[in-house]
Design a protein around this ligand. Structure first.
Ligand code: S3P
Length: 408
């Protein structure tokens, strides 16, 4: 694999730019926004709440300017849309109902409902209904499961709550919400694992170019690390340290990753990455905190483990069971069909390598990250790999297969 890729705009930052832009005072300009279906779901929910969004220009309505949609808000496949909007809408004086596709309807929402109720909000699930009473009070909340979505939901509600609101994490999750709120003039205080916000009257509009999505780049980092004689350049990738644990791990097992052109974009660090392979992948050992910090990259890490010498153990990732699909099961099925020695445990996988992979017919389970991880497995397998439901890559990376063709 040789060549240069510009990965899509970061999905997490794109959601947040639209949502925070919607409650800013004035017009935000967001360039390079993700064209993935998940971010389109956020945009369409915000439009239903009265916000005009055109080509990344978001007309902010101020903190109190949203209006009731009058119908359920369809979050599609997107957990981030549903959880972040639940936080924001729990603080509005109208009620909202949030719905989603079959996968999203199965995912746990009690994790946001519970802290929002503690803040005095009206919130129930299932179905997810929030808001209708705007008297929230601040809390100090320690989420039982590390989750940037839950943290963000509480912080968004906290912008409307009397007294300060704080989230105290056990593992540092992606911090894009607090970074962006700070850039928009909100009172945000980060002290170690504690993030606090205060009730906010006004947010300044945003002007940013969304960095490339590290979690999308991860598929090329893995492909470039595994396919012999590869040399890949990934341009303008977001390298916020709360996202890059996977790159550190790849470097520790032998993949060469060089950074160039380091810069900042709206307080988010960005760099170009050059990826070169290793002739021998070392086995991986991932546990609790580390697993939480590379949760979206674990499916493709499992592919690397099939090529590593010895037994790799990935644990502490029970969250993968409640993502867009049961990712522990979906990757076990897919990689096993290709000849891998992989067993899913309660909270991870045990993988014995190295094994030659052979092309097979595998199932994406309708999950974008499973589809892309299996495509990377297909690149190092003998013969043809057919991925059922591969069009689900559109959720986060609509041009994935075009980029794959351009590189191989
Ligand atoms: C996200 C947080 C993560 C991640 C998801 C995006 C976000 O989920 O898996 O793809 O943008 O906040 P959790 O917060 O549930 O771990």
């Amino acid at each position: 694999m040789q060549g240069t890729v510009k990965v899509p705009g970061d999905k997490s930052i794109s959601h947040r730019a639209l949502i925070l832009g919607a409650i800013a005072s004035g017009e935000s300009t967001v360039r390079g926004i993700s064209a993935g279906a998940d971010v389109l779901s956020t945009a369409s929910c915000l439009r239903a709440l009265g916000v005009e969004i055109e080509e990344g220009n978001v007309q902010g309505h101020g903190m109190r300017g949203l209006r009731a949609a009058g119908r359920p808000l369809d979050c599609g496949n997107s957990g981030t849309t549903m959880r972040l909007l639940a936080g924001l809408l729990s603080a509005q004086d109208f009620e909202s109902e949030l719905i989603g596709d079959e996968s999203l309807s199965r995912r746990p929402m009690d994790r946001v409902v519970q802290p929002l109720r503690e803040m005095g909000a009206r919130a129930e699930w299932p179905p997810l209904r929030v808001g209708g009473d705007k008297h929230l009070h601040g809390i100090e909340y320690a989420p039982p499961v590390p989750s940037a979505q839950v943290k963000s939901a509480v912080l968004l509600a906290g912008l409307y709550a009397e007294g300060g609101t704080a989230v105290v994490e056990s593992v540092r999750t992606r911090d894009h919400t607090e970074v962006m709120l700070g850039a928009m003039g909100a009172h945000v205080a980060v002290d170690g694992m504690r993030v606090a916000v205060e009730c906010t009257e006004r947010l300044q509009p945003l002007h940013l170019h969304v960095p490339g999505d590290f979690s999308a780049a991860a598929f090329w980092m893995m492909a470039g690390g595994l396919v012999p004689r590869s040399d890949l350049r990934l341009l303008g990738v977001g390298v916020n340290p709360t996202r890059t644990a996977f790159a550190d791990l790849l470097a520790s097992i032998g993949v060469r990753i060089d950074r160039a052109n380091a810069r900042f974009e709206a307080r988010e660090p960005v760099a170009d990455l050059r990826i070169r392979p290793t002739s021998e992948i070392r086995r991986v050992h991932v546990e609790h905190d580390q697993a939480a910090q590379m949760i979206d990259e674990l499916p493709v890490l499992a592919v690397a483990a099939t090529q590593a010498l010895g037994t790799s153990v990935i644990s502490g990732a029970a969250e993968l069971r409640v993502k867009e699909s049961d990712r522990l099961y979906a990757m076990e099925e897919g990689l096993r069909a290709m000849g891998a020695d992989i067993t899913a445990s309660e909270d991870g996988w045990v993988i014995n390598g190295p094994r030659y992979l052979e092309g097979a017919r595998v199932d994406s389970a309708g999950d974008h990250r499973v589809a892309m991880a299996l495509a990377v497995a297909g690149m190092i397998a003998d013969g043809t790999t057919e991925i059922e439901g591969a069009e689900c890559v559109d959720i986060s990376y609509p041009g994935f297969f075009d980029d794959l063709e351009s590189l191989s």
